[in-house]
Ligand binder design. Structure first.
Ligand SMILES: Nc1ncnc2c1ncn2[C@@H]1O[C@H](COP(=O)(O)OP(=O)(O)O)[C@@H](O)[C@H]1O
Ligand SMILES: [Mg+2]
Length: 251
């Protein structure tokens, strides 16, 4: 079952760049779908459209449909705040709030009106467990978040999204600044999280794409070149460009 259906999506920015050209693809529920390819391919642009962050960019032309559970999220009638709660985003560089670890996680819930101490505590523990950070921080939840290592801050940003119980998690090169051990922890937690959530990941390398993807989509200069299950795309791709990229012949 597709959680998200992208249909004939085309995007131009005001400088004339055609960043996405007639993209059609389904994003299955409870799987990790990876969007990969060289810089400038349109991966971040597509991710941003999935929670309407493109609203903030200089877009001159956007056409096509993006259905989340059958509802067109590009429609002007959509409640964007609610959409962004259902579809959370984690960026390449972690931006923690200048507050305690605990407050980083409860802030969004309190803004949404949750006051019950018990439920807030429960959300803090659940989200930290899910982001594979609980064991490292459970004894210092009231310390400033900024004191955490880069890898821990990135997992805190993931936990902050999870605290809001989204349905879809978008991650744009979430481990590009991390050491291999932290990267491994994030990748492991994604494998666990897909049981509950639908995950769309832009990896920081082909190797990470191959390690993490259930389904992989290869983007090149705004075009979706090939989209297939991991085993097919990384071992027996149909398109020569996919094969050349996966085998490292261009980058
Ligand atoms: N906010 C923007 N305004 C104008 N052009 C943009 C903007 N964001 C991205 N682009 C252009 O769109 C193309 C795709 O970029 P992007 O989506 O960031 O690709 P990727 O994430 O695959 O590197 C590039 O040519 C880039 O320069
Ligand atoms: Mg990008």
């Amino acid at each position: 079952m597709n959680k998200i259906s992208i249909e004939n999506l085309t995007l131009h920015y005001s400088d004339g760049t055609e960043s996405l050209r007639n993209i059609t693809m389904g994003i299955p529920a409870n799987q990790i779908t990876v969007l990969f390819g060289p810089a400038g391919g349109g991966k971040s642009s597509l991710l941003r459209i999935l929670n309407r962050l493109n609203d903030l960019a200089d877009v001159t032309y956007l056409n096509g449909r993006v259905l989340l559970d059958e509802e067109d999220i590009l429609s002007p009638k959509i409640d964007v705040i609610n959409l962004r709660r259902r579809v959370g985003m984690v960026f390449a560089r972690p931006v923690v709030l200048p507050m305690s670890i605990r407050q980083n996680l409860t802030y969004g819930l309190e803004v949404a009106g949750m006051k019950d101490r018990y439920r807030l505590d429960e959300a803090v523990e659940r989200s930290l467990q899910q982001a594979a950070l609980w064991n490292e921080v459970q004894d210092r939840l009231d310390d400033p978040a900024i004191a955490l290592s880069g890898g821990q801050q990135q997992r805190l940003c993931l936990a902050r999204v999870l605290a809001l119980e989204p349905e879809v998690i978008l991650l744009d090169e979430p481990t590009s600044g991390l050491d291999p051990i932290s990267t491994g922890k994030v990748e492991e937690s994604l494998q666990e999280l897909k049981k509950t959530y639908t995950i769309v990941l832009v990896p920081h390398s082909v190797q990470q794409a191959a390690r993490t993807a259930d389904f992989a989509a290869f983007f090149l200069q705004g075009e979706l070149i090939e989209y297939a299950a991991n085993k097919i795309l990384f071992t027996n791709p149909e398109n020569q460009k996919t094969e050349d990229y996966v085998e490292g012949r261009f980058g």
